[in-house]
Write a protein that binds this ligand. Structure first.
Ligand code: CO
Length: 152
């Protein structure tokens, strides 16, 4: 074995050790929101080999959270409207979501212009081929601020 091949083998071992298991894979999703009540994506595809999803939500606008707050909420599509409707009266401190609602698979906090927030969730919470909707639960936003998430 040459010196350079030995070095490559060492790097490979170090990579597996750092990730915990050989099969862990965090997949990054970045999504922007703005003062025009829009997300910059309508579709998010999570590859089947992702074990964890890291979502970063940016608010590229200038309006404060009380006027144009945005969050990123994930539910099964069948639960999206009931959760959004129930969340409208929950208030900003609760991120406009029903407290402890098991239908919420993942959600970020609610942010205003210029802010960024991140969350991670395991894909063990998703079914392959399931029908998922992401949306902003700020009152009145979910009609426009929504999209589909796929895991396959
Ligand atoms: Co919003």
């Amino acid at each position: 074995m040459t010196r350079s091949r030995m070095f490559s083998a060492l790097i490979l071992c170090a990579g597996f050790a750092a990730s915990g298991t050989a099969f862990a894979k965090t997949c990054d999703v970045e999504i922007e929101s703005n003062d025009a009540m829009q997300f910059n994506k309508q579709n998010i595809a999570i590859a089947a080999d992702c074990t964890e999803v890291a979502v970063t939500l940016k608010h590229v606008g200038k309006l404060p959270v009380a006027a144009m707050g945005h969050n990123w909420v994930l539910t099964e599509t069948a639960a999206f409207m009931p959760v959004a409707t129930a969340g409208a009266s929950a208030g900003l401190a609760a991120d406009y979501l029903p407290k402890g609602d098991a239908r919420v698979i993942a959600h970020t906090k609610t942010i205003g212009g210029g802010e960024t927030t991140s969350i991670k969730f395991p894909t063990s919470k998703l079914k392959k081929g399931g029908d998922y909707t992401f949306f902003c639960s700020f009152p009145g936003h979910w009609g426009i601020m929504k999209g589909k998430l796929t895991f396959s």
